[in-house]
Design a protein around this ligand. Structure first.
Ligand code: ATP
Ligand code: MG
Length: 616
C-alpha cells in the first residue's frame, strides 16, 4: 500500500478521499501543486462537522459514546454521538445568530471539557475558522493571537481545574479582550463556579445560549480548501507562527492516519493526553478520532492530581485501550517511581503511542515494560503542527520497531535526509530532514504572512523549491528507518563532527542518576562549538563534582569521546514550552551569555530560567 501511495500519489489520494470522506459534491481535480502552494480535491464540497457527526447518526454508532470525560475533581460525563451532534447543532445556531459567518475567526480558550470539542465542531459546522489557545497561556499571549487573526468571538469558561486549583480563564480573557477591539462577543461555559464579571452586551453564558437554540442544524457544504483552523505553534524556536489548515485534505490526513496508526477497532476507548490547544489534540482527540466514530476519553487535569497515578487509575476505571502521550510525560512518570504504576492492572491497554520529541530508548523501554507489560506495540510518531497528521510512524503489528526511531513514512509521505544542497546523504549520515512531495494535510500558509511561510518551509534548497523543510535534523539507518536527532538549529558541530542533541541527551538519561537532560552548543574558538549539558537528577542521586566527571565519561563511552560534554551543569528544572518541550534556544543563550533576553512568552515557568541565571 505504501508503494502504491508514493508511486501514484494522486490516484492513491483520490481513492482514499472518496472512501474515507463524505462529500456533498465530488471533487474534480486531486491536486494543484504550484510550489510552495498546494490545493487538494478541487471542486469538491463537504462539511467537516458532518464528517465527524452526522455520518454516524442513523448507524449502529449513533448511541455509542463519542466522549467519555473525567474532570480533575472526579466528575464523569459520557456523551454519545447522537448527543454530541445535538449539542453541536445548537451551538451552530447560536453562533450564526451572533453573526458569525463562514470565514470569521473564533478563538477558543478552554479547559479540556466536552464543550471545547463542541465549540470546535460548531465552528467547523458553520465554516468559522477556529484558533484554539491552550488554557495555560497568559492574557498577553491570548491578546497577541486574537489580534493576529482578528477573532470576533472568544469561547471560554469561568475556570478550569488544575492541581486542585481553579485557573481563572475568564479573567484572562477579559484582560486580553481589553486590548483586542476585534472581539465582539464572549461565550462562557460555567465549569468551576468561580466568580466572573460578565460584560453586558458582550458576554453570554453558554447554557443560556444553548437553551434557546433549535435542535437541528442543516450544515452547509464548504469548498475542500475552505480554512478550518489556525493554530499557533508552541514556539520552541521563536515567535509563534499561525499555521493554517484547510478542510478536506486535513481531515483526510487525520482520519486515515488515526485509522491505521492506532489500528482502530469498534470497541476501542482511546486516550490521548494532549491538550486540544496543540495540534495533537486537534488531529488525535477531535477530528481524526470522531470522523472514525471512535470513543475518545478526555481528561481535564494534571497527571499527578491527587497522586502521580491518576492516568493509571483512569485507564483501569474506564477500560481504556490506547494511550497516546509524550516523552516528557513518560520521563515524569519514571521519575515519580514504578510503585505508582504497579498498583494498577492496566490490562485493558493494547497499544501505546508517543509524540512531541525524540523518545530516548531508556524511556521507550520503560513505557514498553511498565505500561505496556511487553505486549503493547509502541507507535513513535513523528509529525508537526505544520504537517497536520502523522508523517513517520510504525504501523502496529506490521513494522518492527527500534526504540528511539519513528521508523518508516506513512502512506503518501516521501521524506529524505539531505545535505545543504538538497542532495540525499548516504545512509547513517546526519542531515536535514525534508519531505519531497506534497500531502493533503500539509499547512497551506502562515496566517497573514505568506512570505514567512515561503521562507520558513520552502526556501532552504533553491535548487529544489518543492522540498518542504521540516527544520529537523535526521539520519536514516541501513534499514531505511528514520531517526530524528533534534532541531537543525540545535544540532551541534563539535570539531567538525555533527552531533544530535537527542543522541547526547539519550546517553545522559541512560545513566541511573539522571532524570532529564538538555544538550546545547556554546561558541568555542578552538572547536567551533563546545558542548554544554544541563542535567536534572533523580531524587535518589546527589550532585557532586565526581558525578559530573562520571557523566562525562558515560557519554564518552556511549557515543564516543568527541561527544564528551565540556561542561556539565546540574539544574533543578529545565525550561520548557507549555507543551512540555525543552527550550534549548534559551539554554544556549544562557550558556553563551550567562543570561536570557530572547522571546520567553511560550515558556512555562520563568523561575526555572531565573534559577539557572543565578547559578552562573
Ligand atoms: P515551533 O515550531 O514553534 O518551534 P514546535 O516545533 O515544538 O514549535 P510542534 O509542531 O508541536 O511545535 O512540534 C513538532 C516538532 O516536535 C518536530 O519538528 C520535532 O522536532 C518534534 N517531534 C515531534 N514528534 C517527534 C518524534 N516522534 N520524534 C522526534 N521528534 C519529534
Ligand atoms: Mg516546529
Amino acid at each position: 500500500m505504501y508503494a502504491e501511495s508514493v508511486n501514484a500519489p494522486e490516484k492513491f489520494w483520490a481513492k482514499q478521499a472518496n472512501e474515507q470522506l463524505v462529500w456533498r459534491k465530488p471533487f474534480k481535480k486531486v491536486l494543484q501543486w504550484k510550489p510552495p502552494h498546494a490545493k487538494w480535491f478541487l471542486g469538491g464540497k463537504l462539511n467537516v462537522s458532518e464528517n465527524c457527526l452526522d455520518r454516524h447518526i442513523g448507524t449502529a454508532r449513533e448511541n455509542k459514546a463519542a466522549l467519555i470525560f473525567e474532570g480533575e475533581p472526579g466528575d464523569v460525563r459520557t456523551i454519545t454521538y447522537r448527543q454530541l451532534h445535538f449539542h453541536v447543532c445548537r451551538m451552530s445556531h447560536f453562533m450564526e445568530n451572533l453573526g458569525i459567518k463562514a470565514g470569521d475567526r473564533v478563538a477558543i480558550y478552554m479547559p479540556m471539557i466536552p464543550e471545547a470539542v463542541i465549540a470546535m465542531l460548531a465552528c467547523a459546522r458553520v465554516g468559522a475558522v477556529h484558533t484554539v489557545i491552550f488554557g495555560g497561556f497568559s492574557a498577553e499571549a491570548i491578546k497577541d493571537r486574537i489580534n493576529d487573526c482578528q477573532a470576533k468571538l472568544v469561547i471560554t469558561a469561568d475556570g478550569g481545574w488544575r492541581r486542585g486549583k481553579v485557573i481563572e480563564l475568564k479573567a484572562n480573557v477579559d484582560k486580553a479582550v481589553a486590548g483586542a477591539p476585534c472581539v465582539h462577543s464572549v461565550m462562557v461555559v460555567k465549569r468551576c463556579g468561580n466568580p466572573v464579571t460578565m460584560v453586558e452586551g458582550r458576554d453570554v453564558w453558554w447554557k443560556e445560549a444553548w437553551e434557546g437554540a433549535p435542535n437541528y442544524h442543516d450544515a452547509k457544504a464548504f469548498d475542500s480548501e475552505h480554512p478550518l483552523f489556525i493554530l499557533y505553534t508552541s514556539g520552541s524556536t521563536g515567535k509563534p507562527k499561525g499555521v493554517l489548515h484547510t478542510s478536506a485534505g486535513y481531515l483526510l490526513g487525520a482520519k486515515l492516519s488515526s485509522h491505521y496508526v492506532f489500528d482502530l477497532k469498534e470497541n476501542d476507548r482511546y486516550f490521548c493526553s494532549a491538550d486540544i490547544g496543540w495540534i495533537t489534540g486537534h488531529s488525535y482527540v477531535v477530528y481524526g478520532l470522531l470522523s472514525n466514530g471512535s470513543t475518545v476519553f478526555l481528561y481535564e487535569g494534571a497527571p499527578n492530581q491527587p497522586e502521580p497515578d491518576r492516568f493509571w487509575q483512569m485507564i483501569d476505571r474506564h477500560g481504556l485501550t490506547i494511550l497516546y502521550t509524550a516523552p516528557t510525560a513518560i520521563r515524569a512518570f519514571m521519575r515519580w517511581g514504578d510503585n505508582y504504576v504497579l498498583r494498577h492492572r492496566l490490562d485493558s491497554l493494547r497499544l501505546l503511542g508517543t509524540v512531541g520529541e525524540p523518545i530516548n530508548p531508556e524511556a521507550w523501554m520503560w513505557y514498553h515494560k511498565m505500561i505496556g507489560k511487553k505486549k503493547c506495540p509502541i507507535v513513535d510518531t513523528w509529525w508537526q503542527t505544520e504537517t497536520g497528521s502523522i508523517m513517520v510512524t510504525p504501523i502496529p503489528g506490521v513494522t518492527p520497531t527500534k526504540p528511539g526511531s519513528a521508523t518508516l513514512p506513512f502512506f503518501g509521505i516521501k521524506p529524505m535526509v539531505v545535505d545543504s544542497d538538497g542532495k540525499e546523504v548516504p545512509r547513517n549520515s546526519g542531515g536535514k530532514f525534508v519531505i519531497t512531495q506534497p500531502w493533503p494535510s500539509m499547512l497551506r500558509t502562515l496566517w497573514g504572512d505568506d512570505e514567512r511561510y515561503k521562507k520558513a518551509y520552502f526556501s532552504e534548497f533553491p535548487k529544489h523549491p518543492h522540498y518542504y523543510f521540516t527544520g529537523d535534523g535526521a539520519r536514516q539507518d541501513k534499514d531505511g528507518y528514520f531517526w530524528v536527532i533534534g532541531r537543525i538549529d540545535d544540532v551541534l558541530n563539535v570539531s567538525g563532527h555533527r552531533i544530535g542533541t537527542a543522541e547526547v541527551e539519550s546517553a545522559l538519561v541512560s545513566h541511573p542518576a539522571v532524570a532529564e537532560a538538555a544538550a546545547v552548543g556554546k561558541p568555542d574558538d578552538l572547536k567551533g562549538q563546545s558542548l554544554v549539558v544541563f542535567v536534572t537528577l533523580k531524587s535518589t542521586a546527589t550532585a557532586s563534582e565526581e558525578l559530573k566527571e562520571a557523566l562525562r565519561a558515560h557519554v564518552g563511552k556511549e557515543i564516543g569521546s568527541l561527544a564528551k560534554p565540556d561542561q556539565v551543569r546540574f539544574a533543578a528544572g529545565l525550561p520548557k514550552t507549555r507543551s512540555g518541550k525543552i527550550m534549548r534556544r534559551l539554554l544556549k543563550e544562557l550558556a553563551t551569555n550567562g543570561s536570557v533576553k530572547g522571546d520567553t512568552t511560550t515558556l512555562e515557568d520563568f523561575s526555572v530560567i531565573a534559577a539557572l541565571q543565578s547559578d552562573e
